[in-house]
Design a protein around this ligand. Structure first.
Ligand SMILES: *Cc1c(COP(=O)(O)O)cnc(C)c1O
Length: 463
């Protein structure tokens, strides 16, 4: 299996190379050259398998000969053994034909663990084999960073630097990043917002001298291996509701478009997904783009669902590449317009392509809070604010008998203030991390300045 860049100019790579590289050298994102299909019988055969067995079958064709069957089986087993739920991604019913896919039973209580725990094991296996070292640099609005630190802490061949926007992550998120004691972990609080952090990471990847001198590797959701890991739970959940014999819809609380793009891949592989509903909070660039064709940056307004406070949605580039018939030059032009003019217009043809799969909606702060309260009153289920954005938007897009699966992206205890404001209840952390508030923190505050960040990384990384 070969991987191509969305901007058409970077070398074609195999799975392992694409995973270790993250961002392509032409600034684009990697995608498989062709998307493997699963026949209905193969999809049906996933019913009743463990999550790990299903993950093996769904991911295997994308990985090619980068890992043997035996190695991949062991990697998947190690990735998910730290989860606090035996089925990994349980489905609960919220109402008639509306289901919630709980993706928050991993070690840092957000769906990011599904991808990050896997990628940590894949990196370790690949680097052990080659003897190379890498420096992982990632930007986070809260959950990616904690998941990455949890996945890479203590690994011999890896140093991890996580940039987060100072003052804009929840206390639980911050503590999950600042309390690990391993020397290869570095939490950097940047004076800026998430888009600043993400832009700094992109600049470091485009600084080839720096990139090569430290062996830079990326684990943001632009990393193809992360998207791939997330494809699996679309299959397991849809199959448990009757796929491939039954069409299902999904609603996905979206920021960087990674999680929902995994749903697009599942659909392309043959999973009968009717609609993929993009759910945004008040930072609604994706909803505006999908309804008007204009992808135009506005300032980020901090919300109670901070992991979706994003105005430059990196993985949307992959959807554009697909919608433009895999024309890398067209995508490069759009991304150039975004950089120089703050936006671009999506062509009529591409809008029609996007509309075959995606619809969208947004939830205001008040609607989000009211949804947490209403769902708790009706079902006893406590939603995190991101999942509540999903549920609110899903309700507006339910189509009669078609089951709707809304992705619950974080545990409510990760955002206790928003939940308490809505319900009066303060959700407790699961027992396995109940001492989080007592652990000592270690963090470096740094200016929003790429030069300063690069200098710090050079100084701190192990030789
Ligand atoms: C990262 C995150 C999202 C958004 O996911 P994307 O893949 O960036 O679209 C939504 N909810 C939570 C809790 C997250 O951590």
């Amino acid at each position: 299996m070969q991987y191509v860049s969305t901007r058409g100019q970077a070398p074609v790579l195999n799975f392992e190379q694409a995973m270790l590289t993250g961002l392509a050298r032409d600034g684009g994102l990697y995608l498989p050259e062709t998307i493997p299909a699963m026949a209905p019988a193969e999809i049906g055969a996933l019913a009743g398998l463990s999550y790990e067995e299903a993950a093996f079958r769904v991911m295997r064709p994308f990985i090619g000969d980068a890992f043997s069957d035996h190695a991949l089986t062991a990697i998947i087993a190690r990735a998910y053994r730290g989860f606090g739920h035996v089925v990994r991604a349980p489905l609960v019913q919220l109402g008639p034909n509306h289901f919630l896919l709980e993706l928050f039973h991993g070690p840092t209580l957000a769906f990011k663990d599904f991808a990050m725990q896997l990628i940590g094991q894949l990196f370790q296996a690949a680097l052990e084999r080659s003897g190379e070292r890498v420096t992982i640099v990632g930007a986070t609005s809260g959950d990616t960073g904690s998941a990455a630190i949890e996945a890479f802490r203590g690994l011999d061949n890896v140093d991890v630097f996580i940039l987060f926007p100072q003052g804009r992550v929840s206390e639980v998120q911050r503590r999950q990043m600042t309390t690990p004691t391993e020397g290869n972990v570095h939490a950097l609080a940047v004076d800026g917002d998430f888009d600043d952090c993400q832009a700094a990471v992109k600049d470091m990847f485009n600084d080839f001298a720096f990139r090569d001198s430290v062996g830079l590797a990326g684990v943001n959701s632009i990393n193809w291996a992360r998207v791939l890991a997330q494809v699996v739970y679309y299959f397991t959940s849809a199959v448990s509701l009757g796929a491939p014999g039954r069409v299902v819809d999904f609603t996905v609380p979206t920021g960087n478009f990674g999680d929902i793009f995994a749903g697009y891949i599942a659909r392309r592989m043959g999973l009968p997904i009717g609609q993929l509903v993009v759910a945004t909070n008040q930072n609604d660039i994706l909803h505006r783009a999908l309804t008007t064709g204009g992808y135009v940056k506005q300032g980020v307004v901090p919300s109670i669902s901070p992991s979706m406070d994003i105005q430059v949605s990196s993985n949307f580039e992959r959807a554009l590449f697909e919608a433009y018939g895999r024309d890398g030059n067209a995508v490069a032009q759009l991304m150039d317009d975004l950089k120089t003019q703050g936006g671009f217009h999506i062509s009529q043809g591409a809008m029609e392509k996007l509309a075959e799969t995606f619809v969208s909606g947004r939830a205001s702060e008040e609607e989000t809070s009211a949804t947490i309260r209403a769902v708790h009153a009706a079902t006893g289920e406590i939603l995190c604010p991101h999942s509540a954005v999903g549920v609110k938007v899903a309700e507006a897009h339910q189509r009669g008998p078609v089951p709707m699966i809304t992705l619950a992206t974080a545990h409510p205890a990760k955002f206790p203030d928003a939940v308490e404001t809505a319900t009066g209840l303060r959700p407790p952390l699961p027992g396995r991390m109940a001492d989080l508030y007592d652990r000592a923190e270690r963090v470096t505050r740094i200016a929003n300045d790429v030069g300063a960040i690069e200098a710090l990384i050079k100084e701190r990384r192990r030789a």
